[in-house]
Design a protein around this ligand. Structure first.
Ligand SMILES: [Zn+2]
Length: 405
């Protein structure tokens, strides 16, 4: 089961009340199959993604290269029999925007494309110049770098369609006064600049109060995340709409946000893509703790020994918090062991991931979203489908007949 172009999913669902779940699964064993089986069960569109820090040509901190992630995702999709999904490059981060850095991104995109990726996030949000006199000038490097990388993707995808996410405002960025959020003015100036250069983004990631990973209070206790600024998010989307830009929000950093809050408070027509990452890693550690405690203890010990100093320099002292913030690095370190777990452990990961993914699809109002995407695919057949509609129209006629009779 190959991934479909991301833009086909975003186009089909942008005016519905659905958020598409994008999962950063740092350890695919069992978890990916559970997510795909839940997507199949609920007929929900789903996205598999990893950021550049998690997955690059050398494997990032998860040990997964784009090629490996592509292979494992396709295997899980096939096993579950799920057709409506995209393979997305999350946070392809550009920090400076010089040619040397952009060339390394070009190489990474080449690897994504040959692994079958169908959607890409170009993230040059770090380049924001806080000292610039105007918003336009502050965004200059971001707009230029994003444009260059978009043009590169266009050229290398050779006419094939793909999804595109761009980013303004670094997720979870704090200045001296607190969490810095993206203003409507900034978002409009950014998209305006990109559109003037011919860039057509499907999604915009903004800073709106969320943070990546697990959240802790000042005493190091794990706390739920309720800091996503819903009003500001709606304001940004309304400003974009008013300016004539049909771009929706990619919500980053959802781990720790109660599903009930997502279900009742998330503005579904403003947020189109919801990234869930660390949640799946927490699930893996929970299952491992129960089923293979020796390995879990080994991972805990390695994490604490390797990162205690770095954590303490940041004022983090509690073991639980150090583990919660740094154990992501263990995914690559223990790669061989994590992909050689007991069958019963993998089965437990799959069944737990299945149940949790169902809860997310429910909170995101995503049940049946895959069928909306399928209809969109039929309406505008892709070039690569040589005989569009051949397998679709006939059964439809039969169904109609049965109903009429
Ligand atoms: Zn993110």
């Amino acid at each position: 089961m190959k991934p479909i172009p991301g833009n086909k999913i975003f186009d089909a669902l942008k005016d519905t009340n659905t958020i598409v779940m994008a999962t950063n699964i740092r350890m695919m064993n069992g978890v990916a199959l559970g997510v795909f089986k839940a997507a199949k069960e609920m007929d929900a569109a789903v996205i598999i993604e990893l950021a550049k820090s998690e997955c690059d040509l050398k494997g990032g901190y998860t040990g997964l290269t784009p090629e490996l992630l592509g292979k494992k995702s396709k295997e899980a999709a096939k096993k579950a029999g799920h057709d409506i999904w995209a393979l997305h490059a999350d946070h392809t981060t550009i920090k400076k925007g010089d040619e040397e850095e952009l060339n390394s991104i070009r190489k990474l995109f080449d690897a994504h494309i040959s692994a079958g990726y169908t959607s890409f996030a170009i993230d040059a949000s770090f380049t924001f110049d806080v000292n610039a006199p105007t918003v336009e000038k502050a965004l200059k490097t971001n707009i230029e770098s994003t444009t260059k990388m978009y043009n590169y993707l266009r050229e290398k995808m050779k006419g094939k369609e793909f999804g595109i996410e761009v980013e303004v405002g670094e997720i979870g960025y704090h200045d001296g006064r607190g969490n810095v959020k993206t203003s409507p003015e900034e978002a409009v100036a950014f998209i305006k600049g990109l559109k003037a250069n011919g860039v057509e983004p499907d999604l915009l990631a903004i800073a709106n109060g969320s943070a990546h990973g697990n959240n802790y209070d000042a005493d190091g206790n794990l706390i739920p995340q309720l800091s996503i600024d819903v009003k500001q998010t709606i304001k940004v989307v309304e400003a974009l709409k008013k300016a004539g830009f049909d771009v929706k929000i990619a919500q980053h950093g959802i781990t720790g946000t109660p599903r009930e809050f997502i279900k009742t408070h998330f503005p579904k027509k403003a947020i189109l893509k919801g990234n869930v990452g660390t949640f799946w890693q927490n699930l893996v550690w929970d299952v491992l703790k129960e089923n293979e405690s020796d390995l879990f203890n080994e991972i805990t010990e390695w994490t604490l020994n390797s990162f205690r100093k770095e954590a303490e320099n940041k004022g983090i002292k509690k073991d639980d918090q150090i583990f919660g913030l740094y154990s992501k690095k263990a995914n690559g370190q223990f790669f061989d062991k994590l992909y050689n777990l007991k069958k019963s452990t993998v089965d437990a990961m799959e069944s737990k991931a299945f149940g949790e993914a169902e809860k997310f699809f429910d909170a995101f109002n995503a049940q049946g979203s895959a069928e909306i995407v399928r209809k969109n695919l039929r309406r505008k057949p892709l070039k690569k489908y040589k005989k569009p509609g051949k397998n679709i129209k006939k059964p439809k006629k039969n169904t109609e007949k049965i109903i009429r009779n």
